[in-house]
Write a protein that binds this ligand. Structure first.
Ligand SMILES: C[S@@+](CC[C@H](N)C(=O)[O-])C[C@H]1O[C@@H](n2cnc3c(N)ncnc32)[C@H](O)[C@@H]1O
Length: 219
């Protein structure tokens, strides 16, 4: 397991070169991101935070889909953030989006963005890369506004794949420091129970991608 201090430099090493062709290649296998964004459905002038925002690809799509919202993103890789800044500017969303370097396991939105809560928070293909992913989910729920929701999309349990293909895929993912979280839905349920929230689970593409949504009830 990586410590907090080692994880940022590790992510920088992983993405230093990949960030230049990341969006072109990932569209073929980071499945479920667009349905997750389509399901955000924030209030008209609501706030949206992406944890582990990478190249900014998802924030740009969310900004286009929900044109009056305020956008926020954090990432532990300065390399990825450099690309995200550039892409968000090119997309004309620079005035609506704020990005910050932060560890999802320990971040203070008040200090970073001068706000405590968000209407929507999403995490796309990052829980499978974050050692303290359960803590990150807990933290994210604590930063939801009343009636806010946390949306997570990531690799599913790949249960419908033949076992040879599944093993090969797991090995390949491991090279990229990715571990599918097969207990994602169970953890979402237990977090919801403690937070007066409800959970929605979606299995897409024969279990290749999972989306889980934790919706907070009013306080
Ligand atoms: C597989 S990429 C996904 C990027 C983007 N969310 C997407 O869907 O294209 C995972 C991202 O999570 C970031 N990340 C990993 N661990 C993190 C942590 N502890 N805190 C914040 N970001 C983290 C990585 O730097 C990387 O940008």
């Amino acid at each position: 397991m990586f410590t907090k201090i080692e994880h940022g430099p590790l992510m920088d090493r992983v993405y230093r070169h990949q960030r230049h062709f990341y969006d072109v290649t990932r569209k073929y296998y980071l499945l479920g991101r667009d349905p997750m964004i389509a399901g955000l459905n924030p209030p008209e002038r609501g706030s949206i935070l992406e944890i582990g925002c990478g190249t900014g690809r998802n924030l740009i799509l969310a900004g286009e889909a929900y044109p009056k919202t305020s956008l926020y993103g954090i990432d532990i890789s300065n390399e990825m953030l450099a690309t995200a800044h550039k892409k968000i500017e090119i997309a004309g969303l620079g005035k609506r989006a704020k990005l910050a370097y932060a560890d999802a396991a320990d971040f203070n939105p008040q200090a970073l963005f001068a706000r405590r809560h968000f209407d929507r928070i999403f995490i796309s293909y990052a829980v499978s890369m974050i050692p303290q992913w359960q803590l990150v989910m807990h933290e994210a729920v604590s930063h939801l506004a009343p009636h806010g929701s946390l949306h997570i999309v990531d690799f599913g349990d790949l249960a419908d794949l033949p076992s040879v293909s599944r093993k090969a895929l797991y090995k390949w993912l491991d090279w990229y420091h990715v571990t599918p979280r097969n207990d994602l839905f169970d953890i979402a349920e237990s977090i919801a129970l403690k937070n007066n929230a409800t959970v929605q689970k979606q299995r897409l593409y024969r279990g290749f991608a999972w989306i889980t949504t934790i919706r907070r009830n009013g306080m």
